[in-house]
Write a protein that binds this ligand. Sequence first.
Ligand code: NAD
Length: 534
Amino acid sequence: MTTTAQPTTTTGSTPPAITRPASVTPGFLQGLVSRVDGSGGATWPLTEVYTGEVLVELPQSTPGDIERAFVKARRAQAEWAQWPLAKRLAVFKRAHTLFLDHAETTTDLIQVESGKNRRMAIEETCDPPMVMSHYLKRAPKLLAPTKRGGPVPFLTTSTEIRQPKGVVAIIGPWNFPFATGISDSIAALMAGNAIVLKPDNKTALSPLYGVQLLEEAGLPKGLFQVVCGEGPDVGPTLIDNANYVMFTGSTATGRVIGERAGRNLIGCCLELGGKNPMIVLEDAAMDDVVQGALFGAFGNTGQICMHIERMYLPESRYEEFKTAFVKAAEGLDVRASYDFEPDMGSLVSVEHLRNVQAHVEDAVAKGATVLTGGHARPDLGPAFFEPTILEGVTDEMRCGVTETFGPVVALYPYRSVDEAVALANDTDYGLNASVWGTDLDAACAVAARIEAGNVNVNDILATAFASKGTPSGGVKTSGVGARHGDQGLLKYTDVQNLAVLKKQVMGARPGQDYEEYVKGMVSGLKMMRKTRIR
Ligand code: NAD
């Protein structure tokens, strides 16, 4: 069954009718949201972005519902943590297959709730399987007890034991709801934790489906709870009940979460916003740069935390790039469609469209030039905005210093590489950067000077983000901690230092002269420094 809906817009323009994916039936969506407790009766109208039509009423969790979710999760976690690791990991081996087999349905859900184009939606579905694949190989080593030397060789041992933290709260954004909601839970679950996830109201469907698939793969019922609500309403109860918080979202909200976690003396990982620069070096291959720039600026409709909002070009190649980039941007296929044709889809909401539009209007009012784009496109759907390229952007403009998070990018010429690096670093953010050049040593030398948690050479972001063995996080105001890599799993554990003294040798023996004891201790320390025994 398919549903054809007529989009509604705020301006009276009528976008073409669009056929909703066959999988997105009212019964299916109702089944997904029935997992969320909302005992107060309040609901939130979750809409199809391309049309503005309500898809399903999403229950809103009360503080009592959230507390009960933690009780259920904690009960399930006590048992899950006792499962042998191999048995826990077997769930994710099955889930890996299930996630790939059901990628098209997941893609349908991501698209209806976020409005992104289908190419980005299907790419998003690949992230949890990639994370599973990595940690299925790595978790046994990371979670195995590690014997360390004790202070007295042979007579003492110390073993590093990794214990799950308990119940991890995950708070996710709307831009990659499936990846942030599910991928960030995988390492936590493997380590023996339970999850209480709070997705963004707008994009709760795909993570709810991910939880359903995990349970089909054998995840015990109750271990993965989902609660819903507006952040400020549910955040405090969520953080106050959690043993650890994994947050992805804006820098402003990250500060609120970090403060509360700090007061509760629990750990948190904060993956926040960016104002990511791209530096093109003199010897860069221009065709590749233009292709990269298109994705960097307009991929996911400019709503990727690691996407590019500032592009620095050498003066000698500025005009060449500008001409080619503007032409390529104007050739993009921007449309609402549930097939793989469009290059770019919609922004997530009319509210966000207004933010993006306000950034562009502010820049223009203060003297920036629009090279292409700059307008909302109600003829395409309620929240469409044109791919927009600006020049003459300054620090007095909002889009010069703060994250726009839309398909809007500013071009800047530079005179020397030192100047380009200084401009790239002239920001409070430090999430991602991109450097382009054919001399890889030279490009890597520039990359090393950039203050960012991720730097991609001859790519925008995918190479860094898909390298699951390396931690990926932000510096400066772009975050605290990281996902991926060993620390992406170990952060969800506490260390127990299990120390054993086999014979009483520490301290002076009864009746021993203390000066003698001190001499023995000092020579013992000298010997330990020289011996290879650890
Ligand atoms: P946001 O901070 O407004 O919201 C993120 C989540 O936090 C949502 O679920 C929201 O409901 C919740 N929230 C809001 N206020 C809260 C509060 N007081 N307590 C608890 N939860 C609260 O961010 P957004 O607009 O949804 O997402 C876009 C932002 O996320 C951008 O800044 C983007 O750069 C960033 N982001 C970062 C990464 C990364 O890995 N660094 C990835 C994706 C998105």
